[in-house]
Ligand binder design. Sequence first.
Ligand SMILES: [Zn+2]
Ligand SMILES: [Zn+2]
Length: 204
Amino acid sequence: MKNAGSTKFDLTEDLKQCIEFHGHLCPGLVYGYLVAKNAINLLELKRSRDEEVVAISENDSCAVDALQVLLGTSIGKGNLILKDYGKNAYTILNRSSKRAYRFSRNRYYRYSGKSREEFDRLDAAISSGAASEKEKWRHKLLKAKDLLSRPFNDIFSTKEIDIVMPPYAPLARSEACAKCGEMTMSTKMAYAENGKRICIPCST
Ligand SMILES: [Zn+2]
Ligand SMILES: [Zn+2]
C-alpha cells in the first residue's frame, strides 16, 4: 500500500504488537499505549500473568486494547475493569506494591505536527460529514503520529492516588439451570417462582 512520505514513521516493537492485536493504528490505541508505557515505568510493572496488575479504564474505546496487550490486564482475567464514563482516564494498580496512578486527559487535542494545513482540512471535512473513508484514516494516522511525537505530560496529567485494591475476580462453581439445563456460575443465578435455581436468560 502506498504510504504518504510525511506519515511514515518508525513504530516500536511494542506498538506493533498493539496494532497487531487491535487491527489498526489509531489515536485511541496510542492513548492506551502511552498510558501503559508510563504506568510500566512508574509502577515498575511486568506484564500481568495473573491479576498482579489491575487497570480501570473510564471508557471502552480502542485504548483498552493497548492496555490488554502491554499490561496483561484483560477482560478474561478480570483485571481490566471498564467504567463507561466516556472519559479518557485510566487508573493502573500494582497489587504487590499497593501503588496506583491515575492518568487523565484534561485538555482539548491540538495538532502540533508539520502537516497542519492537511490536518485542518481533514478535520473540517470530517466535521461537515464530507470526508471519505480514506480521508478519515489519514486523519487518524496524522493524529496518532502527532500524539506519539509529544511529551506524555502534554497529553495526560498523572497523579499517584490512594486506592483500595479491588477484590480478585470471583470464582464460583457452576450448576445446571433448572429450566434450560445449561451450566451456569452459581453466583449469577436467579430463583424461579417455584424456588428452583435458574439462569438469568431463563428468568427474564
Ligand atoms: Zn482503533
Ligand atoms: Zn437457563
